[in-house]
Write a protein that binds this ligand. Sequence first.
Ligand code: XLS
Ligand code: NI
Ligand code: NI
Length: 438
Amino acid sequence: MKEYFKGIEKIRYEGKDSKNALAFKYYNPDEIVNGKPMRENLKFALSWWHTMGGDGTDMFGVGTQDKKWGETDPMAVAKAKVDAAFEIMDKLSIDYFCFHDRDIAPEADNLGLTNERIDTITDYMKENMGSKKLLWGTANCFANPRYMHGAGTSPSADVFAFAAAQIKKAIEATVKLGGNGYVFWGGREGYETLLNTDMKLEQDNMARLMRMAVDYARSIGFKGDFYIEPKPKEPTKHQYDFDTATVLGFLRKYDLLKDFRINIEANHATLAQHTFQHELRVARDNGVFGSIDANQGDPLLGWDTDQFPTNIYDAVFCMYEVIKAGGFTNGGLNFDAKARRGSFTHEDIFNCYIAGMDTFALGYKAALRLIEDGRIENFVSQRYSSFDSGIGADIISGKADFISLEKYALEKGDVLDSLTSGEQEKLEAIVNNILFSM
Ligand code: XLS
Ligand code: NI
Ligand code: NI
């Protein structure tokens, strides 16, 4: 088989003192940490769209990166992408991948032919994937002009039907490749102005589409999780899957909670004016943490820059939530991230992944230390200890009511002296202490 990345050997773990750019400093795939090999703790996945197809095109300029993989015919490009992707995964010890239908097979003149193309490519993937696994699949229901007003939330019933057909095929491809997840990200499921929008019908229809997807997928043996990937905006001004809390309300209202979890993307959290950890915490506390789309934004730019994550603090707090949620089950950590437009060589793909994977490996280990160290968690439980006994315990158990609480407050007098310091800075220093002693 053709080698696409000649001169790049399998990336080895060389430890933190290595100066070799093409080596892992923190990620040792087979190292057992917290009872499992790191590759299973982190479940890294390569994303087809950015890595295999993203060529650096942005709103202001054409591509800078060659992602044709030496081919010109669209189906030949699609096959070459498979070979090149699997080579990247082998060389980086990445066990999982994920894709949109359009990333793996280009759209043809009609749906029938498009579906045949998906069959051809998924046959080819299946033949060649060996022990590699599909983390999740999804359908690109946002790029084609037919989706200008949305897919599941389009005012056109024809477009709704077309989207359903497209998603049906993407689910089949996911099941065929053994995927344990199926993602809905509603890039154009939202509105630009309420002047032309029936918001209630749009959201009802989105739920109808999701219910049909679940029913069909289960009928063909899909046992994995469905995910919604929240994002507040971009490309649409107001997106219905705004953030995790909004999505939770939607899932509850439409009785979809049993089948859906959340796929949390770091920079989508930022765009919603939340921290990455906040989104993960909301998901964890509500039992819907599913998977992670890892990237980072740029605070000075404010759009979905999808940069490879290198911010250690974010990674530590992310991994803290993942560990506290019990680790990944069907989900994993996919790099919804791309090389900067100026990082245009094939070697840069490896530099990017090494940087991102090392960041999360270090983050995982630091988060584990934070938990084992206990200072932060003990502080938090101490801070709320007034609910462990006395009036606090009565509030928790439901024994207290407004009448008994008023009686308590009248007898007690002022309660200001029941408060202690939040000690935020001390806690931040503990995090630094743990992080920089690694
Ligand atoms: C776009 C989204 C998209 C999803 C998959 O902002 O992150 O890439 O992850 O459709
Ligand atoms: Ni995104
Ligand atoms: Ni994403």
